[in-house]
Design a protein around this ligand. Sequence first.
Ligand code: GDP
Ligand code: MN
Length: 349
Amino acid sequence: ESPSSLEERNLVWEYMKPSYKNKGSRPKACFVSLVRNEELHNMLESIAQVEKKFNKKFHYPWVFMNEKKFTDEFKREVSQATSGEVEFVLIPEEYWSYPDYIDQNLAADERRKMDADGVVYGESESYRHMCRFQSGFFWQQEALDKYDWYWRVEPGIKLYCNINYDVFQWMQDNEKAYGFTITIHEYMRTIESLWNTVRKWWKKNPEYIAKDNLLEFISEDKGESYNLCHFWSNFEVANLNLWRSPAYRDYFKYLDDTGNFFYERWGDAPVHSIAASLFLPKDSIHYFSDIGYNHIPYDNCPLDKNVFKENECECNPDNDFTFHSYACGVQYYNSQGLTKPNGWEKYNN
Ligand code: GDP
Ligand code: MN
């Protein structure tokens, strides 16, 4: 390989570029929520938060997905609560079932072992379908074809601050691809073979790795091992074309073929985060330090006093998770070459 062709190695970015031609115009964007009928109450709380703090000014549409039919009550209530168009997707069975190559007895054995080890959702079959769906299939649902951008919203989340600008527009116009609010370490027990699988895939497909990637966020030894850091995927604002890219499709297929979404409990958060960190130029990944956010049990609460005041945040900065040792804010700031805010060390316990 000549150095110049190596320098041009940003294939995923090249693939995504056409979607940025829309710069300056209203982004083709929506909220996406995968949710169960039983979660209606918490979903309405999330919608109220998002509408009050952001969407009442922008009226972006909302796409709800479920592998079971949404009840009339669910549809009626969320339609009333949102200020944009709504769409309801019944997920086809092929995206929420076992591929034929999965040994379901082995999967059940492994679930029992993981449960005995006390792992969160260790025993859960549906959780594994959920993680696989969020990794490989949500972005393939036809309802999203007309969009370039999505904001993932889970039931029961909080937004602590006013968001006075169009987050989608900002992402698009500043050529960002993936935005997050919280970072955290994964449980090793759930992804024991993930990094080795990624490495095998990487060896076969080196052309997909961006030259100015964010590997340093996820590995502290140049890719030898995974440090378990990931973007917490219950909040994501991202360009759908990242997941639609040939690189991500191939990567997901390779991971999925191992069966380890079922035999282990691979989460969509590490799967997305590793892909974003390897495939994207690092300046297209963005930390929303200004978006006050809670998904139980962690907060993102602006440490910048001006940001906090201007946006009338309703959280306690002392509870900000960013620089906690169980989070990965330190790794993120270091990998991006960002200056950590004054006094960050006092959070690092
Ligand atoms: P946690 O955040 O990792 O504790 O997992 P959650 O229970 O919040 O699930 C993640 C997301 O997937 C949430 O938006 C849930 O509403 C959704 N979800 C989880 N399991 C299912 C399921 O079996 N069916 C549907 N339709 N949604 C689910
Ligand atoms: Mn959740």
